[in-house]
Design a protein around this ligand. Structure first.
Ligand code: ADP
Ligand code: ASP
Ligand code: MG
Length: 465
């Protein structure tokens, strides 16, 4: 009997019929395995919750909030009615989701009056998608004769530090989860994405954070494997929205999967692999709509393959900052000052590059942090060595990832010749000394073409459908 943590993403549980299918799938696997389920919100709900929060804070009307909450209520009630046959269970689930929605409506109304949206209230609001999905999924399992109760992330023991919006689990989380979920009774369902701080306020682990939840729980309960059920046939050689013929990668290392997610592959949350690494737990990415297909297995060691490159990624979430000035040449400590100023402002640096002329340092940050980053740099360098600070939002980062490129000459040459052929202008280049990726910045309109060309160059294109 294997102990498994399984996470279902929003597209896998988008409506009642799909939730029932998930219930069937879990039931069929529960006979021979111990399973803990982690659920996302119903597909698209988190985006809608956040959008309503933003409009409420910027002059939104209370009637619009009521209309939105009614729509959400209908969608969740309908999903519960479609997914669950036993009317008593349906009633109980609808009572819970209705109560959650009434709390939510009060919060939105308060925000409409105040016109203020704090990071703490954003977390509270965006947690409601998972808070409504978990009782439905747990209800379906009970409807099918399994024992199941649901937990919020906090109830399951996930206690975090800040910041709101990208909270990190405290070390004691691992012990707490173990105390609360073990021994596993039936199939518990835990809300992904959401947790609590030590004062009991709701926190969230960042967009796509249900993957991270599943991995934290897997590490805490000593799972044999962690499975992410998605709408794709595993981790693919690139985003299928960029290259529809992108192929499944059957086997990949933790490191490669992490690099892919750092550089924008939305398929996994960037921190999702970290807890699995603690205990060396294998991670699988499987397709909910084709459960017998093996999908992708993510393991500890690098797995050599014929080609040097395993995947190509694009991140649209990038912005470029340039600091320049002739005074920087030969002046010590400019880079250190820039990086400290950014670190103090809480800015995450994605990529850096400095030419040997030293008159210019380019820094890629996440787009939402650009303004804070620029303000911090201007405050650090008011008049001295740095003459000019400028930014460019209209950029993407493109990366090729694969352990096989370490020590293999000519990979960078192939990457940039391919860019030359595709007439893509490369704005900035970076390669970590791990040599597991080569990443570079291009203008936003060139990004897709760049990724398609690289996919072809490294022989990743699949058969014509
Ligand atoms: P879930 O909500 O189930 O976690 P996501 O929507 O977050 O699913 O992630 C799956 C999506 O990630 C896919 O539908 C696909 O569009 C996108 N994606 C981006 N890059 C990749 C990749 N390399 N392999 C697979 N999917 C990818
Ligand atoms: N529902 C959250 C989001 O949309 C978390 C997740 O789906 O993993 O970001
Ligand atoms: Mg996701």
């Amino acid at each position: 009997m294997a102990r498994l943590v399984m996470k279902f993403g929003g597209s896998s549980i988008a409506d009642g019929t799909k939730i029932r299918d998930v219930g069937r799938l879990v039931k069929s696997l529960s006979g021979e395995n111990e399973i803990v389920l982690v659920t996302s919100a119903l597909g698209g709900v988190t985006d809608e919750l956040l959008e309503c929060a933003r409009t409420s804070a910027s002059g939104g009307k209370v009637e619009d909030v009521t209309a939105f909450v009614d729509r959400l209520s209908k969608r969740h009630n309908q999903a519960a009615m479609e997914a669950i046959k036993d009317s008593l269970i349906v009633k109980e689930v609808i009572r819970i989701t209705t109560q959650k929605l009434s709390e939510l409506e009060k919060t939105y109304t308060g925000i409409c009056y105040l016109g203020e949206l704090t990071p703490r209230s954003v977390d509270y609001i965006s947690s409601h998608g998972e808070q409504m999905a978990a009782p439905i999924l747990s209800g379906v399992l009970r409807d099918m004769g399994l024992v199941s109760r649901y937990y919020t992330g906090g109830e399951a023991g996930i206690i975090t530090t800040g910041p709101h919006g990208s909270a990190r689990p405290l070390e004691k989380t691992y012990e707490l989860i173990n105390q609360r979920l073990m021994p596993i009774e039936g199939v518990p369902v835990v809300t992904g994405f959401i947790a609590e701080d030590e004062a009991g306020n709701i926190t969230t682990l960042g967009r796509g954070g249900s993957d991270f939840t599943a991995s934290i729980i897997g590490a805490a309960i000593g799972a044999d494997e962690i499975w992410f059920w998605k709408d794709t046939s595993g981790v693919l050689t690139t985003d299928p929205r960029i290259v529809p013929r992108a192929k499944n990668i059957p086997l990949i290392s933790y490191r490669e999967a992490m690099e892919m997610s750092y550089f924008g592959a939305k398929v996994l949350h960037p921190r999702a692999i970290e807890p699995a690494i603690r205990n060396g737990i294998p991670v699988r990415v499987k397709c909910t709509f084709d459960p017998d297909y093996p999908g992708t297995l993510i393991v500890k060691d690098d797995v050599p393959t014929e080609g040097v490159i395993k995947a190509v990624t694009i991140s649209e979430n990038a912005a470029l900052l340039n600091i320049s000035g002739a005074g920087m040449i030969g002046t010590r400590g400019v880079a250190a000052r820039a990086f400290s100023a950014l670190a103090d402002a809480g800015v995450n640096i994605v990529m850096i590059s400095q030419g040997s002329s030293e008159a210019n340092i380019s820094i890629v940050v996440e787009d939402p942090q650009l303004d804070v980053a620029e303000i911090a740099l201007r405050a650090e360098f008011p008049t001295d060595v740095v003459r000019d600070i400028s930014h460019n939002r209209n950029v993407c980062t493109v990366a090729v990832v694969g352990a096989g490129m370490a020590g293999t000459p000519g990979v960078a040459g192939r990457v940039f010749s391919a860019m030359g052929r595709a007439k893509v202008n490369v704005v900035m280049i970076s390669q970590g000394s791990s040599e597991h990726n080569i990443s570079f910045v291009v203008s936003a309109e060139d990004a897709k073409r760049a990724a398609q060309e690289l996919h072809k160059e490294f022989g990743l294109d699949g058969e014509e459908a």
